[in-house]
Design a protein around this ligand. Structure first.
Ligand SMILES: [Zn+2]
Length: 343
């Protein structure tokens, strides 16, 4: 039997009856956004691109660091050495894996300003973030624009996932309230092992594949918890939506409505503060690099520059956002930005 190259590529997936050639064509026409290209995001994006989802947008605000390589399977030592943005490095690698898919890397943090434009033109949003602030933002866009999304989180050896469909299932606010509260374990306090992440990411992707190929009857409709070290797998059926849910019943989109940008964001336990000035610098990266060469070693690639000032390092992106490494002090990070880049 002679198959054309496209049919050959997806032949094993098409042989799987619930997908078949009709499902494969639906995947080709599908659009998915992955928010966060860390451990969950790299696994999800790899599976979605290789499966032949026609358009995949990869959104991430961070650069690759050596501590990512233990579990963020798309990246290598050269990427960490070069300080590549995760979204860009991931897009380059995945394009090599499947040139038929349109991949769009976006180097930014998701905020109320850009969430609707980046997430409302896709069929499914995949949550690869590590925080509830962004998840509530995704949930708002999901309910407001009627877009399904796959929630996922993994730390230590355990994780949780759920697939939300507005109008069909409860939403994140129905399940967790307006604020799940602080004090969670994070990857920076209790660590994380790659198999836990891969399991959660795979469960997120399989639900997306069911949804995108028209197999909604196969969806779990449950909150799923697993712990790969302690051999636990629990599935709690959603039940119905909260009849008084502020988000999906009363359509109050709190995260989209906040409309304030905190100038600085601490990057969870990493001795890194993100600074996003209200008014980005007018000078180009090139001009800023020339100026910074007077005070420290500067390295540059098309996406960012890095300057080593001794006690702190600056990573400056083309949109004016910066990561100040080597401090947990937001005031200090702002002053480093003001002194060396200007705000
Ligand atoms: Zn709700």
């Amino acid at each position: 039997m002679n198959l054309n190259p496209v049919a050959e590529r997806y032949s094993r997936q098409v042989l799987f009856r619930p997908i078949g050639s009709a499902g494969q064509e639906k995947l080709r026409q599908a659009r998915v956004a992955v928010v966060g290209m860390g451990a969950l995001g790299t696994v999800m994006a790899t599976q979605l691109v290789r499966a032949g989802v026609g358009f995949v947008r990869l959104i991430d605000r961070d650069i690759i660091e050596p501590s990512n390589l233990q579990r963020q399977s798309l990246y290598d030592e050269g990427d960490a050495e070069a300080g590549m943005p995760k979204a860009v490095a991931a897009a380059q690698k995945l394009q090599l894996a499947n040139s038929l898919v349109q991949i769009e890397p976006i180097v930014t943090d998701l905020t109320w300003r850009n969430a609707e434009s980046l997430l409302s033109d896709v069929d499914v949003v995949m949550d690869g973030t590590d925080n509830f602030q962004v998840r509530y933002l995704i949930n708002d866009v999901s309910v407001k624009h009627h877009i399904a999304w796959a929630y996922g989180g993994a730390v230590s050896s355990y994780g949780t996932t759920a697939f939300f469909r507005p109008g069909q299932t409860p939403c994140l606010v129905c399940l967790f309230g307006k604020d799940p509260g602080g004090g969670h374990d994070t990857c920076d306090t209790v660590g994380v092992i790659a198999p836990a992440v891969s399991m959660v990411a795979s469960l997120q992707v399989v639900e997306a594949l069911k949804y995108l190929t028209g197999n909604e009857q196969a969806l779990a409709s449950s909150l799923i918890h697993l712990d790969v070290w302690n051999n636990e797998f629990r599935s709690v059926h959603f039940g119905s939506a909260n009849p008084d849910c502020p988000c999906c019943v009363h359509r109050e989109f709190a995260s989209l409505a906040v409309k304030t940008d905190s100038l600085t964001v601490s990057m969870c336990g990493r001795q890194t503060i993100q600074v996003r000035p209200q008014n980005p610098p007018q000078a180009s990266l090139e001009q800023i690099a020339q100026r910074l060469q007077q005070v420290g070693a500067v390295r540059q690639n098309p996406h960012l520059l890095r300057c080593d000032l001794g006690d702190v390092q600056i990573t400056l992106f083309a949109d004016g956002r910066a990561l100040i490494h080597g401090t947990d002090d937001e005031a200090k990070a702002r002053s480093v930005y003001a002194r060396y880049i200007g705000m």
